[in-house]
Design a protein around this ligand. Structure first.
Ligand code: ADP
Ligand code: MG
Length: 315
């Protein structure tokens, strides 16, 4: 199968978007963005064996390639629109491509994202890069740097499940924990939540590298610190059943891959945040407070607790 046949067979699809003037097939793609609306651009690369385990199914790899980019757009309160796909493969495998494309389009179609172009090459290992663009909310974009002293720290969904799911998958899987494994296999970007938080949250980040490290990044970008209360962390009953509270806390704080949103909001607007989040079908939990002293501290049952973890780092 030649390069062009591969692209046409697996990646050229009709899109319902009317802002795509020219899609796959030419030297470049042409889009017609809404006049005066800022665009948000993100890009994420997945390297086989580094960003996902070799046993992850090709459908789930395709899903993930789109989902991690959607999650970055969610953290910016953006509305996803288009993506480009850079694909480096050792060899074109029909079954792999079929399943990969199905997963990629399933995640992208959920948010009406059109694949408008890309690049396909042969290489010594599988490397997948997706670049995604979206429209900033009319209420503005969210950034990491807007937190204010005294703001509440909140997080969507439950944390730590994905890290446990990866652990279970690496150990060969365990049919007793399907929800946990799915949290790793099929991350759900919090697009609707992000958009509803525009103009309401003061800062946001998506939890990809571990809650502690990601919240530290948000606070440091804002020039502030804060506290997290362990008792307040949203741990799923399934995660507690799998590994108990102590280990669940470690996975929640340091594990990564949850793709929930961690964000800050003024104390006086926390009730409104909870209501708007509930309207998008997502539970949000208050886990701490922003403080002026530039360090992230932890408490457990109100007493100081120590936690040291760097999150995932490549270098
Ligand atoms: P060029 O040689 O001009 O860079 P290519 O031959 O690389 O063009 O690509 C031909 C067309 O196919 C382009 O429109 C490109 O965007 C698209 N394309 C290539 N690889 C992919 C891919 N993996 N996914 C989606 N579109 C792709
Ligand atoms: Mg060209």
């Amino acid at each position: 199968m030649g390069e062009f046949e591969l692209i046409n067979r697996y990646f050229k699809r009709d899109s319902s978007r009317d802002d795509v003037v020219l899609g796959i097939g030419d030297d470049g793609a042409v889009t017609l963005p809404r006049a005066g609306t800022p665009l948000v651009s993100v890009l994420d690369t997945l390297v086989a064996g580094v960003h996902y385990p070799d046993e992850l199914a090709p459908y789930d790899i395709g899903w993930r390639a789109a989902a991690v980019n959607l999650s970055d757009l969610a953290a910016m309160a953006a509305e996803p629109a288009w993506m480009l796909l850079g694909l480096t493969l050792e060899e074109p495998n029909t079954q792999w491509l079929q399943a990969f494309a199905a997963g990629l389009f399933a995640a992208a179609n959920d948010h009406d994202v059109a694949l408008i172009g890309g690049d396909t090459t042969r290489g010594t290992q599988t490397v997948i890069t997706v670049q995604m663009s979206g429209y900033a909310s009319p209420h503005g974009f969210l950034s990491r740097s807007g937190a204010k002293d005294g703001d509440a720290v909140l997080v969507s969904g439950t944390i730590g499940d994905a890290a446990a799911g990866l652990e279970i998958m690496r150990a060969g899987g365990d049919a007793a924990y399907p929800e946990i494994i799915d949290r790793f296999r099929r991350p759900l970007a919090r697009i609707q939540l992000g958009r509803t938080l525009a103009g309401l949250a003061t800062a946001a980040i998506d939890v990809s590298d571990g809650l502690f490290a990601d919240l530290e990044r948000l606070l440091s970008a804002s020039g502030l610190g804060g506290t997290i209360e362990f008792d307040a962390l949203a741990l799923s009953p399934e995660l507690r059943a799998y590994c108990g509270r102590e280990r669940a806390l470690t996975l929640a704080l340091g594990g990564g891959d949850d793709y929930e949103l961690c964000f800050t909001a003024p104390e006086a607007r926390v009730a409104e945040v909870m209501q708007r989040a509930a309207d998008t079908g997502v539970a949000v939990t208050r886990i701490g407070t922003v403080q002026a002293d530039p360090e992230l501290r932890c408490t457990d049952g109100g007493s100081p607790a120590t936690y040291r973890n760097e999150g995932y780092r490549h270098f």
